[in-house]
Design a protein around this ligand. Structure first.
Ligand code: CA
Length: 221
């Protein structure tokens, strides 16, 4: 059974989510402020956190930072309509996806299912040439070297290494790594690729990420 922790200070939202999600077979736990949210998170580790960004006591972004220091759990953030900057920050901090208030419960359910599915079906290790990505440990091994990768860089490299020699399109990255389809600014992807390349270049035998102009990226051994 999938356990969802809802961190949200508006009781009517929590009630609506509880009713709909429990009907669909989820277990729902809730917290009404950021501090309580972190406490509940630590007491009963959920499979997914639905995290409002505007929270009393500890802001949603700070809760997200704290969660990411401890865990790789799926997180969907909930933002107000006029808080695009917060959404960008949340995604860069490692949120999986976001919804904007007012959202429909059906859309929310679809996004929660997608986020948990992405986590559940991924393989545990992928090898290309001398490099192995270990999903359980979140590590890249190249020969004897063990490289610790930030979460999103890891996901980007995983997607590339799952399809060696094939082009992964920008849309695929946004959809599968960031979990959304239309988001104006795709520079975040390029920044992650740049950082990954710098790390990989330090290790002989590591895969090489090639740019396929106007389309996406491809990895070769
Ligand atoms: Ca709120």
């Amino acid at each position: 059974m999938i356990r969802v922790l809802v961190v949200e200070d508006e009781a009517s939202f929590v009630e609506a989510i509880k009713v709909s999600f429990e009907r669909e077979g989820f277990t729902v736990d809730s917290a009404a402020n950021g501090r309580q949210g972190l406490e509940r998170f630590r007491e009963h580790p959920p499979d997914l956190v639905l995290l409002d960004l505007m929270l009393p006591e500890i802001s949603g972004l700070d809760v997200l930072r704290a969660i990411r220091r401890e865990s790789d759990v799926a997180v969907i953030v909930v933002s107000a309509k006029d808080a695009e900057a917060d959404v960008v920050t949340a995604l860069e901090l490692g949120a999986d996806d976001y919804v904007t208030k007012p959202y429909s419960i059906r859309e929310l359910l679809a996004r929660v299912r997608a986020a948990t599915r992405r986590r559940g079906t991924a393989g545990t290790a992928v090898t290309v040439g001398a490099a192995t990505l270990d999903r359980d440990a979140y590590l890249l091994r190249v020969g004897e070297a063990v490289i610790d990768l930030p979460r999103k860089e890891f996901e980007v490299l995983m997607l590339l290494m799952e399809h060696p020699g094939r082009v992964v399109t920008r849309e695929d990255f946004l959809d599968k790594v960031w979990g959304y389809t239309f988001f104006g600014d795709t520079r975040t992807l390029d920044q992650h690729i740049r950082r990954l390349r710098r790390r990989l270049e330090e290790h002989p035998g590591a895969p090489v990420i090639e740019t396929v102009r106007g389309v996406g990226y491809r990895v070769t051994a």
